[in-house]
Ligand binder design. Structure first.
Ligand code: SD4
Length: 298
């Protein structure tokens, strides 16, 4: 088992996907230090990555779909209240994580998608961009010879941020432009509770990044949390989930999936199916980027 060193257990303890996760962790820590809730911290950290466009994969600067424009997915979970909000395939909204939070806070629903999600976000007064060129892009794509097997641009990256706050409560959020070159209308694992993110305030939280299709078919983050409930360390649970999928999936270990997890004790874990996976951890006011190699195959 690859050991993930434990962060100091004071203040919020966080883990986030990819090196840019460190920026999210730092922004979240600052928000909480300034008196924000754990949920405020999650939203703030993810908003920062959405603004930066990170490495071209989160927010409106993210990878476009096969028709050449971004459709964004995000969700947020508040462990202590069992609250959750989610948006899928949403166009032209600058901060999908805030839209997800508004779904949680200001509607009686958990998930909104597509046009409806955009409409709701606009009703909520959220920042938008001019989407008048989208109709032309859609029309051009429909008119073209299109081949869904030939994505315009490959690649994945998603900000997923998990937090155990100073009160011992768990929070999580994620935001992504999804798989580059995806078909218009495709929704990945990220906004699907229990697939790309799952938080159980009694046990722990888990998040995913990578090819969403290989995560959502296995409700992967739900299973990781259940493994922690049965007593597994988050590191062990993340690795076990990769092995569990690889044992039955036609792709074997060529899954292109990565998992992160945190438990109620603030212990963290991360695992990847077939690549080196850098991620960020933060605790006690400090943060750093760490990485794991692909899991060792049996
Ligand atoms: C998706 N899981 O839409 C996301 C993409 C991702 O690293 O995480 N990329 O499938």
């Amino acid at each position: 088992m690859q050991e993930t060193p434990e962060p100091a257990a004071s203040g919020p303890v966080m883990i986030a996907t990819w090196p840019f996760g460190k920026l999210a962790v730092d922004a979240a820590a600052e928000k909480v230090a300034a008196g924000g809730s754990g949920l405020d911290g999650i939203e703030e950290g993810i908003r920062l990555i959405e603004s930066l466009g990170s490495d071209g994969s989160v927010g409106l600067a993210g990878r476009p779909n096969a028709a050449g424009y971004p459709q964004l997915d995000a969700c947020i979970v508040e462990g202590p209240t069992r609250g959750a909000g989610s948006v899928g395939g949403m166009e032209g909204i600058v901060h999908p994580i805030t839209a997800a939070r508004r779904v949680m806070d200001s509607s009686r629903h958990v998930m909104l998608v597509g046009e409806g999600a955009r409409w709701f976000a606009l009703e909520q007064g959220l920042e938008t961009v001019d989407v008048s060129d989208l109709a032309a892009k859609k029309a051009a794509w429909v008119a073209r010879d299109r081949d869904p097997e030939e994505p315009a641009e490959k690649g994945h990256d998603t900000i997923t941020l998990l937090m155990l706050d100073g009160n011992g409560d768990l929070y999580g959020g994620c935001s992504t432009s999804g798989a580059g070159g995806k078909l218009p209308g495709r929704v990945g694992d990220s906004p699907i509770l229990g697939a790309g993110l799952f938080v159980d305030n009694e046990v722990g939280a888990a998040g995913a990044t990578g090819v969403g299709e290989n995560v959502m078919r296995y409700s992967a983050t739900t299973v990781i949390v259940e493994m922690m409930r049965q007593g597994m360390h988050p590191q062990e649970a993340c690795e076990a989930m990769v092995h569990r999928i690889a044992a039955v999936d036609p792709l074997g270990y060529q899954l292109d999936v990565c998992f992160i997890a945190i438990d109620k004790q603030g212990r963290t874990g991360a695992a990847a199916s077939n690549q080196r996976f850098p991620f960020a951890v933060g605790a006690g006011g400090r943060s750093e980027v760490r990485s794991v190699e692909a899991v060792e195959r049996p």
